[in-house]
Design a protein around this ligand. Structure first.
Ligand SMILES: [Zn+2]
Length: 213
C-alpha cells in the first residue's frame, strides 16, 4: 500500500459511477501500478459476481459499503491462503474463464494472488499436475491431470482419499479429472496405471494453504 492508495469512499464512488472522468483516470492509473488496490478491485468483481449483480451502477452506497467490508475480510483470507502461491497462474488446461479476471490489466510478468494452488510432481514416469481451487470457505475443488511423454497418460486411475473416509477413484479419460467440493483435511492422492500402483502424494489442505506430509 502507498499513501496514494484508493480510499473506500473513492472505491464506492467508482463502483457507483460517481467519479468524474479525470478522477476515474487517476484511479485507473493507480490500479495499473498497485497490487494492493488491484486486489481490492479484482475481489470486488468476484464478490459482485457472487451476488449476481449484473451492473455496478445499480448498487446503492449502502450496498457498496457492505460489499467493501465483505471484500476486506475476503482479501485477508485470500492472502492467508494463497500468499505462497502468488507467482502462479492457473495452468492453460484449465478453461480460460477460471483465469483471474483482472490479469489483463497488468503486464504479463506481474500477477496478483488468486484463490488457487498449482502443484506439479513427477511420480515414477508419470507427471502429475494438480490445480486446487478454493470453492467455498471450507471447501476446495481439485483438478488433476497426468502426463506421460508430454501426452495425457493412458489407462491411469486417480484415487483421492480423505483421511477417515473412503477413497474416490476416477479414470483419466479426457483432459483432467475433477474432485469437487472437498472439505479441508488430510488427503492422499494415489496414481495407478494398468492397475499398478505408481505412487502417492499426501497433503493437508486448510484455510492457511497446502502442506505436504
Ligand atoms: Zn494502491
Amino acid at each position: 500500500m502507498t499513501s496514494s492508495c484508493i480510499d473506500i469512499d473513492s472505491f464506492i464512488a467508482y463502483f457507483t459511477q460517481k467519479l468524474s472522468k479525470k478522477d476515474r483516470e487517476i484511479l485507473e492509473n493507480h490500479l495499473s501500478c498497485c497490487d494492493h488496490c488491484l486486489e481490492i478491485l479484482a475481489t470486488t468483481t468476484q464478490v459482485l459476481d457472487d451476488e449476481t449483480l449484473s451492473h455496478w451502477e445499480t448498487i446503492s452506497e449502502t450496498r457498496a459499503q457492505a460489499t467493501l467490508n465483505k471484500i476486506t475480510e475476503k482479501i485477508q483470507k485470500i492472502k492467508e491462503f494463497y500468499q505462497w502461491s502468488k507467482e502462479q497462474l492457473p495452468p492453460l488446461w484449465i478453461k480460460p474463464s477460471l483465469q483471474p479476471a483482472m490479469v489483463s490489466v497488468r503486464s504479463e510478468n506481474e500477477i496478483f494472488p488468486t484463490e488457487h494452488i498449482f502443484i506439479q510432481r513427477a511420480m515414477n514416469g508419470l507427471y502429475t499436475e494438480m490445480y486446487i481451487e478454493r470453492s467455498d470457505d471450507q471447501l476446495v475443488s481439485i483438478k488433476v491431470r497426468v502426463l506421460q511423454d508430454k501426452k495425457i497418460a493412458p489407462r491411469v486411475c486417480i484415487i483421492m482419499e480423505r483421511k477417515g473416509e473412503g477413497p474416490s477413484a476416477r479414470a483419466l479419460k479426457h483432459h483432467y479429472v475433477s474432485f469437487n467440493d472437498l472439505p479441508f483435511g488430510q488427503y492422499r492422492l494415489n496414481l495407478e496405471q494398468d492397475s499398478v500402483d505408481k505412487g502417492e502424494y499426501i497433503f493437508e489442505i486448510n484455510e492457511k494453504g497446502l502442506y505436504r506430509s
